[in-house]
Write a protein of this length. Structure first.
Length: 352
């Protein structure tokens, strides 16, 4: 087996597997592969056969089964409020996603995983272990979501100036002020898109005796819900099951009514922003009055949320260019420029 060792280099690196960044979200899991960009974006849902615990479907396929399964099949969301609620199923889901990206069984990619900034040490270990069991090279690197979101949104995180990012996901809202490559002040609340859906479900039940499924509530949120008065209020039909007769029923609702319904979770998000501003050093607060607040994450797409935050804080608010993918793009950038951005990853390793 003569020849210089560097001839085998590409072969070895292809076995070791390409580096990956995983945004393990409550609602969706997005995977970024170094040199290829985003390769996978699927709902964080696993359909399990209850009789033998086998996963039958993962991601999009499993989401279509939500609320439509026979008794022996259960569609499970392994993450709740940004943290792992069901370890085994989360590990199966991660393994499935890693294998979807890496066809080789023995690939051991370097992985960067995003976690909420309010996560405890135990929860953080659980995420790292799930990734390592699912086939990641040790150690699995961890990056805090607001930091990843800020890098992905193109904020100059390494400069000595205040950058405020508000990342509203499915399970958590992360607010952080970042300067010199570190988080100066942050707040992580477990109220986000899912709580807005839940508020819509409860309201339909109370006001109209109408039972709505998770998917319908999410659809209503996307199409009709708003955080700020619209130029023209709309009326729309929503369908569900009548809780009194048990038969299907359609009701007509207005966008104004829905806005009132979701006010509580929206206010909780705004309070987190205000609380973080309150704990920001005055020098950085002055920078942010000039540069404004950047909002990102799926929850940032709620109509009028930017206008509402701007009205409540008196600061300019901007939406990130690619709100759904800021977090994973930021983590991906850490892979592409590993030596430059390594300190961002290490800062979250120091708790051990």
């Amino acid at each position: 087996m003569g020849g210089s060792p560097n001839v085998t280099q590409p072969w070895i690196s292809s076995i070791v597997g390409r580096d990956m960044a995983v945004d393990l979200g409550t609602a969706n899991t997005v995977v970024y592969v170094r040199g290829r960009g985003i390769v996978l974006n699927e709902p964080s849902i696993v359909a399990i056969n209850v009789r033998d615990g086998r996963p039958l479907a993962v991601g999009m396929e499993a989401k279509q089964m939500l609320g439509r399964t026979p008794a022996h099949i259960q569609a499970i969301r392994p993450l709740k409020d940004g943290v792992i609620a069901d370890f085994d199923i989360c590990e199966k889901m991660l393994r499935y996603f890693i294998q979807r990206v890496h066809q080789r069984r023995w690939a051991k990619p370097r992985i960067v995983i995003c976690v909420p900034s309010g996560i405890t040490g135990v929860e953080q270990r659980a995420v790292q272990e799930a990734a390592e069991y699912a086939g990641a090279r040790k150690p699995a690197y961890i990056i805090e979501e607001p930091m990843a979101a800020a890098i992905g949104a193109g904020l100059p995180v390494h400069e000595p100036a205040g950058n405020m990012i508000v990342d509203i996901g499915g399970g958590t809202t992360e607010v952080a002020v970042i300067s010199l490559g570190g988080i100066v002040a942050s707040e992580s609340v477990r109220i986000a898109g899912d709580e807005v859906d839940e508020a819509i479900i409860q309201w339909a039940k109370k006001e109209y005796s109408l039972a709505l499924g998770e998917r319908t509530a999410e659809q209503v949120k996307v199409e009709l819900a708003s955080a700020w008065p619209l130029k023209e209020e709309l009326y729309a039909e929503i369908r569900g099951r009548d809780l009194v007769t048990g038969l299907p029923k359609t009701v007509v609702v207005s966008t104004a009514e829905l806005r009132e319904t979701i006010d509580e979770p929206v206010m909780a998000i705004i309070d987190a922003v205000k609380y973080t501003l309150d704990r920001t050093p005055p020098e950085l607060a002055a920078d942010m009055m000039e540069k404004g607040i950047v909002i990102t994450g799926g929850g940032a797409l709620l109509h009028g949320l930017d206008a509402r935050i701007a009205a409540e804080t008196g600061m300019p608010v901007f939406m990130a260019d690619n709100p759904l993918f800021s977090v994973v793009l930021g983590s991906g950038q850490c892979l592409e420029q590993f030596d430059v951005l390594k300190q961002v990853l290490l800062s979250s390793q120091q708790q051990h």
